[in-house]
Design a binder for this molecule. Structure first.
Ligand SMILES: CC(=O)N[C@H]1[C@@H](OP(=O)(O)O)O[C@H](CO)[C@@H](O)[C@@H]1O
Ligand SMILES: [Mg+2]
Length: 524
């Protein structure tokens, strides 16, 4: 590092002192904390993003300021790699160490050493970082801090995309690096065009699809998804009856999280004074997508067991895994967090991944897309096959290939429901969830829990797994695991059993065991 670069970094970082007494770590989805303590972290991750751009030959890197579903006073930052996926995990330890460097001198030392080790050119080469944020009030000043971090690397520029959903930012990063059109307008055009294509390809009166499926009400959690969905609604009015709200919804409903990278469906049924929510979660969204894709592949004479991979985490309801296996699909498991699921799904011709909480997408390999293109353009394939290929190509265009995206996922659900002529109830009957319970346990140090085997088994502290296994074996169809959260300061407990009472009991008793091993009080 030359003297000029060194003195710019020293000077600018002295304006962003780190919070005292807080150790930050790059968790399941980047850094998250109370927004008031994040200025220095965001500034420093701005530097990291610029370095990542330099390391990747000047490719565009994404920086998203959001804390997704966390409370409004929290905020966070995550980095998108040139592919539009999450930051490579090799760089996470560097993110942790610079976020926690106590002063400008030690920060610059860490950067110098890292740049040397990684052969990062610090000679004024060009670097670019796309910045985005959700609607949290703290976002604006955090974007400013990130901007300062980026610009303190000589040769780096920040491009502010303003308020966007997380998946939009990832989509834009991927598109720019592929030399494709990459504005928000192009994003909306791609989604609405491929959705309309799927609707146009619905065979007339096949199955029971002549039933109108009625309107969809979307709860946008007062997040960024609301204003973006409004744009799509205007483009799709003739094809989709959408009503956008922030709370208190009835009938067939969908709900987005704060940065619109997750969604679930639900209905409300009222029983006297009691309203019951019937949740249609990520597992069922995944199952609907898998079923539709299987149908199209069978029109194309392709076996779903070859080349298609379904990726779930331990939180997937056991009944969904059974359903997917019964469909003949290959199901694999990874630890919690999109970075793991996405990476695994990329290994297949068609990789479908979803977390139970509604984060996921469908990925297509380039090789498979060209095969589909060939069928689409070859009249000898026959109209039925050509249409199946067109549908799958439309799915590939609709579904965000960089990251899970609530807006594109929601449109695919709507297109498939219209295609099948299904109500939400009919969809919900695909299989019946096993009763489950999730609890959070507040402990002194959650990093004392170390897991293995896609988080289904505890390695440390010794003895804890044996105790969990002994408790679980008392329940028919019992399944239980614990893991430290990567986004909250808690240990999470998940239990599944044949009845709700048993799932509750198992979760409670395991939460108590966790308390005994780690010393704490537990919260629901
Ligand atoms: C059980 C659960 O829902 N965990 C969520 C949550 O991670 P934790 O590491 O469990 O806090 O937030 C992640 C980021 O949004 C999401 O990917 C993940 O699925
Ligand atoms: Mg989110």
């Amino acid at each position: 590092m030359n003297e000029e670069q060194r003195s710019i970094l020293l000077q600018s970082s002295s304006r962003f002192p780190p919070p005292k007494g807080t150790k930050l770590s790059y968790g399941t989805a980047g850094f998250r904390a109370d927004a008031s303590i994040l200025q220095s972290t965001v500034f420093r991750i701005g530097i990291l993003a610029a370095l990542r751009s330099l390391k990747t030959g000047g490719a565009v890197i994404g920086l998203m300021i959001t804390a997704s579903h966390n409370k409004v006073s929290d905020n966070g930052i995550k980095v998108a790699d040139p592919s539009g996926g999450m930051l490579t995990q090799d760089w996470e330890p560097f993110a942790d160490s610079i976020a926690n460097a106590p002063d400008p001198e030690s920060l610059v030392k860490l950067i110098t050493e890292f740049a040397k080790k990684e052969n990062i050119p610090l000679d004024g080469a060009k670097a670019a970082v796309l910045l985005g944020r959700d609607t949290r009030p703290s976002g604006e000043s955090l974007v400013e801090a990130a901007n300062k971090g980026i610009c303190s690397v000589v040769g780096a520029v920040a491009i502010d995309m303003g308020i966007v959903t997380t998946p939009e930012l990832h989509w834009m990063v991927r598109a720019r690096n592929k030399g494709l059109k990459a504005t928000e307008l192009h994003y909306f055009d791609q989604l609405s065009t491929s959705f309309r294509c799927l609707i146009d390809l619905i065979p007339e009166k096949s199955g029971d699809n002549h039933h109108p499926i009625g309107k969809l009400v979307v709860d946008c959690s007062n997040g960024v998804g609301g204003e973006k969905l409004q744009v799509l609604k205007e483009k799709l009015n003739a094809f989709l009856h959408l009503e956008i709200r922030n709370s208190d919804v009835g009938i067939r409903c969908a709900s987005l999280d704060g940065d619109a990278d997750r969604f679930v469906y639900f209905t409300l049924t009222s029983n006297g004074d009691n309203n019951k929510i019937n949740l249609v979660d990520g597992d069922k969204i995944l199952s609907l997508f898998a079923l539709f894709i299987k149908q199209q592949l069978s029109i194309l004479n392709q076996d779903v067991g070859v080349g298609v991979g379904v990726v779930q985490t331990a939180y997937a309801n056991g009944a969904s895994t059974k359903y997917l296996n019964d469909l003949g699909l290959k199901v694999v498991f990874t630890p919690t967090g999109v970075k793991y699921l996405h990476g695994k799904a990329e290994e297949y011709d068609i990789g479908i991944y979803f977390e139970a909480n509604g984060h996921g997408t469908v990925l297509f390999s380039d090789h498979f897309l060209s095969w589909l293109d060939g069928i689409k353009n070859e009249p000898c394939s026959g109209l039925e096959k050509q249409n199946a290929a067109k549908r799958l190509l439309a799915v590939a265009n609709l579904m965000n290939q960089a990251v899970g995206d609530a807006l594109s996922g929601l449109l695919l659900v709507e297109a498939i429901l219209q295609h099948m002529g299904w109500s939400l109830d009919k969809w919900n009957q695909l299989y019946h969830d096993l009763p489950s319970r999730q609890l959070k346990v507040k402990v002194a140090d959650r990093s004392a829990v170390v897991t293995t085997n896609a988080e289904t088994s505890v390695e440390k502290p010794p003895g804890l797994q044996e105790a969990i296994t002994a408790l679980t074996s008392k329940y028919p169809q019992g399944r239980c695991f614990v893991r430290p959260s990567g986004t909250e300061d808690v240990v999470r407990v998940y239990a599944e059993a044949k009845t709700q009472e048993e799932a509750d009991e198992l979760a409670d008793s395991v939460a108590k065991i966790v308390q005994q091993f780690l010393g704490s009080h537990f919260i629901a």
